[in-house]
Design a protein around this ligand. Structure first.
Ligand SMILES: [Zn+2]
Length: 85
């Protein structure tokens, strides 16, 4: 039976409460689920690599320049940047 929007939202929220022990595969799946109901992950997206779905950790390079935060994934090298206030 397909789950409703509210259920999926709760599932996604719970998932991100305990991100540390999640695998990239699990992250990929939950992202898909969130997308299926058009639920924007927003800031949660900043906690993992958008390409290889690895959770960012202290190995990753973080640089701050011109009010932009740049993070480089130490696994696949994908750069992500976002504005900081
Ligand atoms: Zn990556």
């Amino acid at each position: 039976m397909p789950k409703n929007r509210e259920e999926i939202k709760n599932e996604v929220d719970k998932f991100f409460e305990n991100l540390k022990d999640k695998t990239p595969e699990q992250i990929r799946k939950i992202k898909k689920k969130a997308m299926s109901i058009n639920f924007k992950l927003g800031k949660l997206k900043r906690r993992f690599c958008q390409k290889c779905y690895r959770i960012y950790n202290f190995n990753d390079k973080i640089r701050i320049k011109n009010n932009l935060k740049v993070i480089v994934c130490s696994n696949c090298g994908t750069k992500r940047r976002w504005a900081i206030k």
